[in-house]
Ligand binder design. Sequence first.
Ligand SMILES: Nc1nc2c(c(=O)[nH]1)N[C@H]1C(S)=C(S)[C@@H](COP(=O)(O)OP(=O)(O)OC[C@H]3O[C@@H](n4cnc5c(=O)[nH]c(N)nc54)[C@H](O)[C@@H]3O)O[C@H]1N2
Ligand SMILES: Nc1nc2c(c(=O)[nH]1)N[C@H]1C(S)=C(S)[C@@H](COP(=O)(O)OP(=O)(O)OC[C@H]3O[C@@H](n4cnc5c(=O)[nH]c(N)nc54)[C@H](O)[C@@H]3O)O[C@H]1N2
Ligand code: SF4
Ligand SMILES: [Mo]
Length: 754
Amino acid sequence: MAEKTRRDFIKTAAVSTAFLGLFGGREDVILNTLKFQPSIEWPKPPVMEKYYTSCGVCHSQCGIIAYTKDGVIKFVEGNPKDLHSGGKMCAKGIAGTHLPYAPDRLKYPLKRTNPEKGIDVDPRWVTISWDEALDTTAKRLKEIKETYGPQSIIFIAYPNSYVERLRKAIGSPNRITHHDTCIITHVVVQKFTIGAKLWSYDFPNSKYILCFGWDQPSKAKVCITRRFIEGKWKGAKVVVINPFVTLLSSQADEWIQIVPGTDLAFALAMINVILSENLYDKDYVEKYTNFKKYESEIRSWASQYTPEWASKITGVPAETIRRIAREFATTKPSVIPVHKRDPPGPNYANSWKLEHAIIILNALVGSIDNVGGWLFTKGVNFPSLDKVFPPPPYPKPPVKEDICGRSKLPLLDKVKLGIFSTLANHILEKKPYEVKAAVIYKYNLLSFPNPKKLVEALKKLEFIVTVDVLPSESVQIADIVLPECTYWERKGFSVRIYNGWYPQVSVFQPVINPMYSCKSAGVIFCELGKRIAPEYFKKSDGTFFTSTEYLETAVKHALGISFEELAAKGVWSKPGEFKPLTKLESMAKAGKKIQIYGETFKKYGYDPLPSWEPRRDKPSSEYPFYLIITRPAVHRHGKTTDNPYLLEACPENAAIIHPETAKSLGIRDLEWVWVESRAGKVKVKAKLFDGIRKDCVCLSHGFGHWSKGLIYGYKRGANDGDLIPDQTIEDILARKDPTGSACMSDVCVKVYKA
Ligand SMILES: Nc1nc2c(c(=O)[nH]1)N[C@H]1C(S)=C(S)[C@@H](COP(=O)(O)OP(=O)(O)OC[C@H]3O[C@@H](n4cnc5c(=O)[nH]c(N)nc54)[C@H](O)[C@@H]3O)O[C@H]1N2
Ligand SMILES: Nc1nc2c(c(=O)[nH]1)N[C@H]1C(S)=C(S)[C@@H](COP(=O)(O)OP(=O)(O)OC[C@H]3O[C@@H](n4cnc5c(=O)[nH]c(N)nc54)[C@H](O)[C@@H]3O)O[C@H]1N2
Ligand code: SF4
Ligand SMILES: [Mo]
């Protein structure tokens, strides 16, 4: 990054640090900065090439404009025409310009020469040619398939069509995807109650926004934050329920410090009040939900959950719950947003029920598919790889069962997601069979619960290939490493799913030439496919297809323009007005209604109504504190905690505890402490902060790298994952949770001086 740009970045990042809300930051200044950012005059060196592309740091994939000189990125800014960025970027996106120039990025294919594997074991890498890397990988995977069967090869991967084609061509039932960790409760519960996962909210028209731990503005996710701020500044009342103060709580009209893992009781009591006082939107509920059909069951179920009952569980006065229920039902339009890892995400044993309760609340006030409420995604149908290049029939996996137990959870199986928290245990126990090889793509081992156990499990495999951009922990455990080029160096597109107003697509295009000898995942997996199962990587004329051919055909088919035209425009849009209730009307015509009473859940043996269920782990004399997990505004999981610019803004994580709690434990600010759970312990500095409940400890996710290859990120802070117990499929089945949630925050800990 040019020096001038870098200084500017640090200025922005310093402001963004306060986003953390951990150290009493000036959140009012930050919100002003975000709102008025367009008026900042950024310096632009005079003669530069200009490219439209998208940010590849987080899933929002904001549309951006990159300026290059002599083939080097010099400056980036948001693309004002993009629905997501609206001309703005967050610190993570701007600092992403470091990635292609990171001295520690993977540059050439690598081969391990030390057969020993594990944390702190030097792999003794040697660089090899692409031919050797691809040939060796193909040979080893074919041998393992032939000797032990295709099920012995597992794919731990970010969703990708080429990876999926290879897995299916090999005939392995084992896919563990990024989304298994992140959104499964939301996806499963929304799919089987509303019919689809919804992603966006009409905040600018909301009058009352009730957040059960929903916290995206504190993460600086530009597209969502911009809409939220618009609603807030237009006068929406914002009520935040969160045991921990964040940027969002500082912007709230009311902040409620609930006992972690008890939001379900709060939500159930709100349903009780709204139904018993008949405050619900009768017309909407009768037309678009199955309330009428099950009214007596629903009313008798809800009648047990009085605010007085919920008060004992949540620690929130009954009168507050009652008042919020009434305000929510009568201040219209009102909305309860959900995102990914808020409490209805896969965090607590009762999270899937909280998700259902929140859907019921939104339905009772008529907020789904309505002004100021939840919006159905207006997507664009890109033809799939299988549609463009139809494969021959895939081989049937020799066993139906997968290694993680997904096949035992039919609803999870139907949405094509899986379970990741059982992987370590099931590999070690050979349950239901032995795993011998792994293909890892864009997925870090540190993201798993109890990752040290996963390392022990993966060490036992005969062969691992990892495709990554940085020398992550997933690289350190590999036999062969294949370097992917960064998002600045490859082609693609992004559908704006976080905005439901009208369809829009933005472009990814190479703004610089691929550096070193890196290749895109499309190229890498097609090359592996050619060597392992060639017939699945051919066109109908018998020649091999390329990922570029697919991309060009898909763009032409979906948008009617060429990829080059999309790249020149930056974004493709089909503007149109939001017509409320259109989707629900068409569903009603087809005889489908929002399932307040979960008919599908019942059919599959799950609770049709979200009856109260406590969290899994409760404080005990051994582990007296609740663990809370969050992520800093200026980092994106573990993939930016090796970025020197972002590390200047947020260099490490800390165990955040209340000053009074710290005093009772004899712990001073910034002193080293151990945080310990039933799964393991981590050593970090303590940070005293009175914006947290006295019975909680909060850690940010993304730190604690042990890969020595990560020259900036190595050994900074601690990995919260070391405190999270992994699970077995039996644990999940016993909880009767159809979503296979990992219960990422359902953990209690103790804290003591190190
Ligand atoms: N900056 C940044 N943004 C990101 C990401 C990132 O890494 N960095 N990652 C992206 C991804 S993949 C994800 S999954 C999302 C995650 O982002 P979020 O879905 O916002 O999840 P968390 O960051 O874990 O924050 C969860 C919030 O819930 C609160 N909380 C915890 N337990 C409870 C509880 O029992 N009740 C209540 N009411 N509140 C509780 C926490 O204090 C925290 O404020 O963010 C996305 N955006
Ligand atoms: N302890 C704990 N674990 C968690 C969470 C938590 O809060 N606490 N959150 C969970 C959630 S919500 C999520 S979404 C997941 C996130 O988990 P991951 O998706 O694993 O996220 P990262 O830690 O960012 O690691 C991404 C990996 O992809 C690599 N990578 C980055 N860009 C590219 C690229 O362009 N190509 C390739 N090939 N590789 C690339 C990075 O170097 C890194 O190895 O973690 C989950 N795990
Ligand atoms: S919110 Fe930030 S990190 Fe995410 S895509 Fe936009 S600019 Fe990039
Ligand atoms: Mo996530």
